[in-house]
Design a protein around this ligand. Structure first.
Ligand SMILES: *Cc1c(COP(=O)(O)O)cnc(C)c1O
Length: 378
């Protein structure tokens, strides 16, 4: 095969080329209206997202990070409180907890799905626990039903960090729709990305939805009267309009990602890299719809492999190289290496391969070919 084939991690330009006319038409409408914050485009986007997620309410916010923050604020989380989550996630999950002065309490992940291990949650619940934040990592739902059961027993809300998992399902139910809050991100590189920052919180609860709507406007209701302190967590009309256009394509893009995942599984199998245990493929837990925000493999000599792929114009990424309990900013929590062994192991062994919908047969084959080449040299 030609070593001229280059494989980016993501090709947003290729995707934009297929929807440019639709997107630019709504962008022009927004500019013509000069209505830039909240307003009809945001309302429409919220309705579409709620329908897509099979949830009663969707509240557009300024980012996925702010979706987590506002959900915690809606639960009055603050100093002295504890919030349970995983150390193997994007920083924002624990960052939101810490920003409110609460303590992130970590629970290790399961080795096969990289999601929080429900069997280890209950032992961490105290009378200070104000919420549990499971993360649907890489586009696969955590064991939300099991986690919700534990949470309910203790009267604690669940805030599902579904920033990587719009449209993912557990037991036929959409990510975020079965718990108190489902938080999503429209960061441009996510499966459903805006033209800037954006996010949404979904909920089935009328009162929580109303509270979120007030919180995102500085707690103001009516205007200029504040019963509590919120923030500026509003979604832009421009982002909402772009997301509304792109949402209509999401199922096609997801199907593309899923067929790329199948293709990788075939190619790695054919190369003999799975049966000999060299490459650990993503495991799909029972009753899940995995939407492959990422396709993450486990390999020996991960960093050398990544460097080799880079030299061969195959882009990859590490999500995430340092588990959160070992981040400098959380040193005050007093954790040490060995506290969360599965998270630490994943941080050194995992590698995300290009899985974007527009990836060609030739590009996927090139990725696997390069990995096989590297492994044969070892
Ligand atoms: C992307 C992401 C976020 C944050 O979303 P932003 O829109 O970038 O603020 C939070 N949690 C997880 C798991 C993410 O992947």
């Amino acid at each position: 095969m030609s070593d001229k084939v280059t494989v980016p991690l993501l090709d947003l330009k290729a995707q934009f080329a297929t929807i440019k006319d639709e997107v630019m038409a709504v962008v022009e409408e927004v500019f013509d209206s000069q209505y830039f914050i909240l307003g009809p485009n945001v309302v429409k986007c919220e309705e579409l997202i709620a329908e897509y997620c099979r949830c009663k309410h969707a509240v557009g916010v300024s980012s996925g990070s702010d979706a987590l923050l506002i959900a915690l604020m809606a639960e009055d989380v603050g100093p002295g409180d504890e919030v349970i989550s995983t150390p193997y996630t994007f920083f924002a999950t624990a960052g939101a907890i810490a920003r409110l002065g609460a303590k992130p309490v970590f629970v290790d992940i399961e080795a096969d799905t990289y999601n929080i291990d429900p069997s280890k949650i209950e032992e961490k619940i105290t009378d200070k626990t104000k919420a549990i934040i499971p993360v649907d990592l890489y586009g696969q739902c955590a064991e939300i039903a099991a986690i919700a059961k534990i949470a309910e027993k203790h009267g604690i809300p669940v805030i599902e960090d579904a920033a990587q998992a719009i449209g993912a399902e557990e037991n036929g139910q959409r990510a975020g729709s079965t718990v108190q809050y489902g938080c999503f991100s429209f960061f441009p590189s996510k499966n459903l990305g805006a033209a800037g920052d954006g996010g949404v919180v979904i909920t089935q609860d009328d009162d929580l939805a109303e509270r979120l709507r007030v919180l995102r406007m500085h707690g103001s209701k009516p205007k200029y009267y504040h019963k509590f302190v919120g923030g500026n967590f509003r979604l832009d009309a421009l982002q909402a309009a772009v997301v509304s256009v792109k949402l209509a394509h999401l199922d096609d893009w997801t199907a593309g990602r899923q067929s790329n995942a199948d293709r990788y599984r075939r190619l790695f199998g054919d190369a003999g890299l799975v049966s000999d245990g060299t490459v650990g493929l993503p495991q799909v837990a029972p009753n899940r719809r995995h939407i492959y925000n990422q396709f993450v493999i486990r390999v020996p000599k991960r960093d050398e492999l990544r460097a080799y792929l880079g030299e061969n114009n195959v882009a990859t990424e590490i999500y995430y190289p340092v588990p959160l309990h070992l981040q400098e900013c959380f040193a005050y929590l007093g954790h040490k290496p060995g506290d969360f062994p599965e998270s630490e192991k994943a941080a050194v062994e995992t590698l995300a391969l290009p899985i974007y919908p527009e990836l060609s047969d030739q590009q996927a084959a090139r990725v696997v070919e390069c990995i096989a080449e590297f492994m044969s040299k070892e």
